[in-house]
Design a binder for this molecule. Structure first.
Ligand code: MLZ
Length: 293
């Protein structure tokens, strides 16, 4: 089970405790996900909460579904749990006397919507009612305490669930801070948010958990290396949009340390990890590095 983040060791290392499961609006056992890519369902348009739209399952990970609104674009996919109250069988809104609406940014003229809808639903594979799991109960009050650890969706990268800590707790609100990321991804939410999970949820549900980040202050040599050194051919462009490269100041050894690389966008399902890159000082460093450093 070495593929899983060792929460026990981390809790010890940080002398902290996990937020107890009863704090969360999640089932103790993550629900089964029997949806399949291609199936259609009804959901609230996340960018326009007054519209109920048709969506297609694009992908599934553990109890989560990646959804795309029919008639919309492919840049606004979003994720829902199989036990979300925001998804239902196609036909639900009509039963209640409502209508299926075009998504915000519907790709053609609004007058084409009825035709588009008919076409998208014709011969579609509908997600059957038994696939939808009722929403778990809401805990009676906010039981979270500052300092407790949890697993939380990174709302800027919603495919990721990461190690996090409860910050300020006030009334129904809690502050979620992501371990090792210097506040860049932190947010406030309700204690009954569906975006937060107890420690161990990812492992139980077969979802990847992002371990704490290791942002390193510039100029300090505090790199914690998870992966082994990677040898690159001389002059390799060790720079792309997913990497931050830091050169060491020692003039005799132009060592380059790649302090952060999100491999998830290059190789899906790999964790964000740190890699150390050594550049041969005898040769040309390529177009992306300053040879005088
Ligand atoms: N590669 C991205 C993702 C970071 C994810 C952090 N999650 C708390 C970045 O470095 O910005």
């Amino acid at each position: 089970t070495s593929q899983f983040f060792d929460w026990n060791a981390y809790l010890k290392e940080t002398s902290s405790e996990a937020a107890p499961a009863f704090c969360f609006k999640q089932y103790e056992e993550p629900p089964e996900n029997k949806f399949e890519p291609g199936m259609k369902l009804e959901t609230i348009d996340p960018r326009n909460s007054t519209s109920t739209c048709v969506a297609t399952v694009i992908h599934k990970v553990g109890p989560r579904l990646r959804l795309r609104l029919d008639g919309g674009d492919n840049k606004n996919d979003f994720w829902r749990l199989v036990d979300s109250s925001e998804i239902s069988v196609v036909g639900t809104v009509m039963e209640k006397g409502g209508l299926l609406q075009p998504p915000l940014g519907f790709r053609s003229n609004a007058s084409c919507w009825p035709q588009f809808l008919q076409k998208t639903l014709n011969n579609a594979r509908m997600a059957e009612p038994f696939l939808f799991v009722p929403e778990p109960p809401t805990p009676p009050e906010n039981f979270f305490k500052p300092g407790q650890k949890l697993e939380a969706i990174d709302r800027k990268n919603p495919h990721l669930i990461c190690a996090a800590t409860i910050g300020k707790v006030e009334d129904d609100d809690i502050f979620i801070s992501f371990d090792g990321w210097k506040g860049a991804f932190d947010y406030n939410c309700k204690y009954y948010s569906r975006d937060i999970f107890p420690v161990g949820w990812c492992q139980k549900s077969g979802h990847l958990l992002q371990p704490p980040g290791h942002k390193i202050a510039a100029g300090k040599n505090k790199t914690r290396i998870q992966g082994g050194p990677v040898m690159l051919p001389c002059g390799s462009p060790v720079h792309n949009s997913n990497m931050i490269v830091q050169t060491s100041s020692a003039p005799t050894s132009p060592q380059v340390t790649l302090i952060e690389a999100d491999t998830s966008t290059i190789i899906p399902k790999l964790e964000t990890r740190q890699v150390c890159v050594y550049v041969n000082s005898e040769c040309n460093c390529g177009p992306f590095l300053n040879p005088n450093k």
